[in-house]
Design a protein around this ligand. Structure first.
Ligand code: DGL
Length: 283
C-alpha cells in the first residue's frame, strides 16, 4: 500500500516533502488537481466534490490512506466526506480506506492542546493576548475554522485570518520573487493594520505559501514564529500509523506524482523548493 497525498496543485508538495523526509521508506502517490486549481475561490459544494474525486483517484491507485495536504479541502470537505461519503464508499470497495487532514495537527501545534481536550482551559484568566495571524485562501477564511477551533482550546490566543485571493495561483504559475513579495507585503500590512499591531505568531494556512515561506518571513516582523504545518502533519501521520497498523505505508520508498492538469515538468519555484526535478504523470 502507499500513502496518498492530495492538493489542488503543487502547494501540497510542502507537506509531502516533510512526510517523505520523515518516512523515507514509505511509498507515496501525490495527486495535484491542477485542472481545477485553485480551490480557494470556489464554492463549498464544488470543493467537497473535487476533494472526493481526488480521494477516489488515489484510492483507485491502491492508496488506503489519503492525507489532504490542503487547508481548503481539509477545512471545507473533510468532515463532510468522513461523515457522509466514506462509510458507504468503504462498503462499496471492501477496504478500510481513510482520509486525514492538516488543520487538526496545525491547531494542536499552535495551541499545544491535544484535539480531544477542547474547552479544557475555559474560564482561565488571560494575562496577555497572543495574536495569531492565519494567511489562507478566501474559502478557508470564510469557513472560520482556525478562529472557531483555536477559540475552543485557548482563550489567550486571538486569531485573525487574512484571505489572500491571488497567491496560490501566483505560486502555481511561477510568479517572480518581486511580484510575490509585493503581494505578501500587502497582506502582512493589511492584517497588521486590522489588528493594530504586528502579529505575534503566524500560520501559513495554505500549503502553497510554505513554498514562499522565506518571503513571508522577510515581510513579517523579524523573528515572528511560524507554526510549521508540514512538520505538524508528519507528526500526526506517524502517530496515526502507529495506532492503526491496518494501514501500512509500504516500504519500497516509491514516489509517484500525478496531475489532472498538464503532465511533465513543474515550475522553477516548485522544483527549487523540492530540491530536484519533478515530473508529473497524467492522473
Ligand atoms: N494549497 C491549498 C490550501 O492549502 C489550496 C490553494 C488553492 O487551491 O486555492 O488551501
Amino acid at each position: 500500500m502507499a500513502i496518498g497525498v492530495f492538493d489542488s496543485g503543487v502547494g501540497g508538495l510542502s507537506v509531502h516533502r516533510a512526510l517523505v523526509q520523515r518516512m523515507p521508506n514509505a511509498d507515496f502517490v501525490y495527486l495535484a488537481d491542477q485542472a481545477n486549481a485553485p480551490y480557494g475561490g470556489r464554492e463549498g459544494e464544488e470543493i467537497v466534490d473535487l476533494t472526493r474525486r481526488g480521494c477516489e483517484t488515489l484510492f483507485d491507485q491502491g492508496c488506503d490512506l489519503v492525507v489532504l495536504a490542503c487547508n481548503t479541502a481539509s477545512g471545507i470537505a473533510l468532515r463532510r466526506l468522513q461523515q457522509t461519503w466514506l462509510p458507504g464508499y468503504r462498503k462499496q470497495i471492501g477496504r478500510p480506506v481513510n482520509i486525514l487532514g492538516i488543520i487538526v495537527p496545525t491547531i494542536e501545534a499552535a495551541t499545544g492542546v491535544p484535539w480531544e481536550h477542547e474547552a479544557e482551559r475555559r474560564g482561565e484568566k488571560v494575562e496577555k493576548l497572543d495574536i495569531l495571524a492565519v494567511f489562507c485562501t478566501p474559502a478557508t477564511a470564510r469557513s472560520r475554522v482556525y478562529e472557531i477551533e483555536i477559540d475552543k482550546r485557548r482563550q489567550d490566543v486571538a486569531v485573525f485570518a487574512e484571505p489572500c485571493p491571488t497567491l496560490a495561483l501566483m505560486i502555481e504559475t511561477d510568479a517572480g520573487a518581486v511580484e510575490l513579495a509585493t503581494a505578501i507585503e500587502g497582506h502582512v500590512a493589511a492584517i497588521s493594520s486590522r489588528i493594530g499591531r504586528a502579529p505575534d505568531r503566524a500560520i501559513l494556512g495554505c500549503t502553497h505559501y510554505e513554498i514562499v515561506a522565506d518571503i513571508f518571513r522577510a515581510a513579517l516582523k523579524p523573528g515572528t514564529p511560524l507554526i510549521h504545518q508540514p512538520g505538524a502533519t508528519a507528526d500526526a501521520l506517524e502517530a496515526y500509523l502507529a495506532k492503526h497498523p491496518e494501514y501500512r505505508a509500504g516500504e519500497g520508498g516509491a514516489r509517484r506524482f500525478l496531475t489532472t492538469g498538464k503532465p511533465g515538468a513543474q515550475s522553477t519555484l516548485v522544483e527549487t523548493f523540492w530540491g530536484a526535478p519533478l515530473s508529473f504523470e497524467r492522473a
